[in-house]
Design a protein around this ligand. Structure first.
Ligand SMILES: [Zn+2]
Length: 507
């Protein structure tokens, strides 16, 4: 938000600029925000500050009815603009007036307001819609998952298009009010704090608020029948956890893991600094998928994550993302290492904390596990490509890179970076080169070739480079798996972002 201070000299110029441009100067907003992996994601010409979603969902029929009110500011003189949305729309209003709209491309809702929208002005867009999201396919895919008692929207890199219209890219974060009416006896779980519930004529409305900037893919909704636990952490954070009533024999292990979220955050605060949000928790719906996702303040966990018993390591991973991924969001999906490298390394630090193997022992194990000709080393964590974005190497080599950095610059500078970066960049976006520059500033070292070797070369760092980073192949006696490795490896299903996605759905 820029407020211009007007002094007399500037005033004249300001008045001249205020003369309305002719309609010919108004141009359409781009149908893309310019992401290098997902050209259809996001749009240009405006910046969203707030989403108000008023929804009603009937699990029996999968009918979702909604009114989305979007507050945005134009960033150019706009003749029309796009939202990303896949559901059937009945009406669009811009600044109160009915607007023309049509579906274009994969999932674009193209909106032409009655009059052009001048640059740098606030705009209110209201979209009314109703559809059955599980039946709406884009490239044979829907991210809306029906469960025996409801439905869930939790996916990466996108899920919004199946339940609300948006500027669907982490570059355009906004605050949210999400109010969902569900049949009495069901609940609606979302991000942030529960502001109110009310019941009327067989329906119950749950109203959730996210008061800090939140990316579209980190915004989640689950409708179903849940056991909800509430608590307050030692530092006063309200905790809301939700467990589907039919988790069966995974229920105990899920609770034994997620009920330790407060403890995990307390640990993570010691390495990453103050928790960036005002709410905390997790939820486990009765889905058949295997992954977990760092949905803001309230991570999503598949029941399968707890099929082998409790796993606090996956909770640490998803909560670490609250700093690395949610508060500091990537600027392009190519920057995925800024999310996954750090969340994985947090699991290594937790292992060290629990006395189940040091980060160095885990690094030695990963380094020795894959010989130089293994395809593992061909994945570049710093730019893996859309098809390898969630490859195991992004996580394991990503964390290995951080241990190498720790050895390269020493504990003092390394932990100063881990804490300083999410503080300096809180609630914003960042690119990998910006992180490299920050690490160079804090450590006082030129790290260009270091990061190039570890993040951007499709081969195993070897010889002197590896030695300098504290790693060297122990040919005769390769490092053994530390005690924590099984739990960390079990969370590797988090790489699998749903069956259809691994079948190659990328755009
Ligand atoms: Zn992750």
């Amino acid at each position: 938000m820029h407020r211009r201070l007007l002094v007399p000299g500037v005033l004249a110029t300001g008045l001249m600029l205020a003369i309305p441009a002719s309609a010919a100067d108004y141009t359409p907003g781009a149908p893309s925000i310019g992401d290098s992996y997902y050209p259809a994601a996001g749009n240009g010409g405006y910046d969203v500050s707030h989403y108000d979603l008023r929804l009603k969902y009937q699990p029996k029929t999968d009918l979702l009815e909604g009114t989305a009110t979007i507050l945005a500011t134009t960033t150019q003189d706009l003749s029309r603009f796009n939202l990303d949305f896949a559901l059937k729309v009945s009406e669009v209003r811009v600044n109160g007036k009915k607007a023309k709209f049509k579906k274009t491309g994969e999932q674009e809702l193209q909106i032409t307001p009655a009059a052009g929208l001048p640059k740098d002005t606030p705009v209110t867009v209201v979209v009314r819609y109703a559809d059955k999201p599980s039946t709406v396919k884009v490239n044979d895919w829907t991210s809306w998952v029906r469960t025996p008692d409801g439905a869930v929207a939790a996916q990466e890199p996108e899920s919004a298009a199946w339940w609300y219209p948006s500027n669907d890219h982490p570059l355009d974060k906004a605050t949210y009010d999400i109010s969902v009416s569900v049949p009495e006896g069901s609940q609606a779980i979302s991000n942030g704090t529960l502001q109110s519930t009310s019941s009327k004529l067989g329906w119950t409305r749950y109203s959730w608020r996210s008061s800090k900037p939140q990316a579209t893919y980190l915004t989640t909704l689950a409708v179903g029948k849940f056991d909800v636990t509430t608590d307050t952490t030692a530092s006063g954070l309200p905790v809301v956890n939700a467990y589907s009533k039919d988790l069966g024999e995974n229920g105990g292990a899920a609770r034994a893991s997620i009920e330790r979220s407060g403890e995990a955050v307390e640990f993570l605060e010691t390495v990453f600094g103050p928790y960036p949000f005002n709410a905390l928790g997790g939820y486990v719906p009765n889905v058949t998928s295997g992954f977990a996702l760092e949905t803001q303040t309230r991570p999503f966990y598949s029941p399968k994550q707890f099929a082998k018993g409790a796993n606090v390591s996956v909770v640490v991973h998803e909560l670490a993302h609250q700093w690395y991924g949610d508060s500091v969001s990537l600027g392009d999906w190519a920057d995925i290492w800024l999310n996954e490298g750090f969340a994985s390394y947090a699991q290594w630090l937790w292992s060290e904390h629990e006395g189940e193997g040091t980060a160095q022992e885990l690094a030695d194990y990963i380094y020795d596990s894959y010989p130089a000709d293994d395809p593992f080393w061909t994945v570049k964590p710093g730019n893996p490509g859309a098809d390898k974005q969630f490859d195991g190497a992004v996580y394991d080599r990503g964390a290995l890179t951080l241990q190498a950095l720790r050895n390269e610059i020493g504990d003092k500078a390394f932990f100063e970076i881990l804490k300083g970066w999410p503080t300096e960049r809180a609630h914003g976006n960042a690119r990998i080169p910006e992180f490299v520059a920050y690490a160079e500033k804090v450590s006082g070292k030129d790290l260009g070739s270091f990061f190039d070797t570890w993040l951007f070369q499709p081969q195993k760092p070897a010889g002197a480079t590896a030695k300098a980073a504290g790693l060297a192949a122990r040919a005769e006696a390769p490092a053994k798996a530390p005690k924590s490795w099984k739990k960390i490896a079990d969370t590797h299903d988090i790489h699998d972002h749903g069956d259809a996605h691994t079948d190659g759905r990328r755009h």
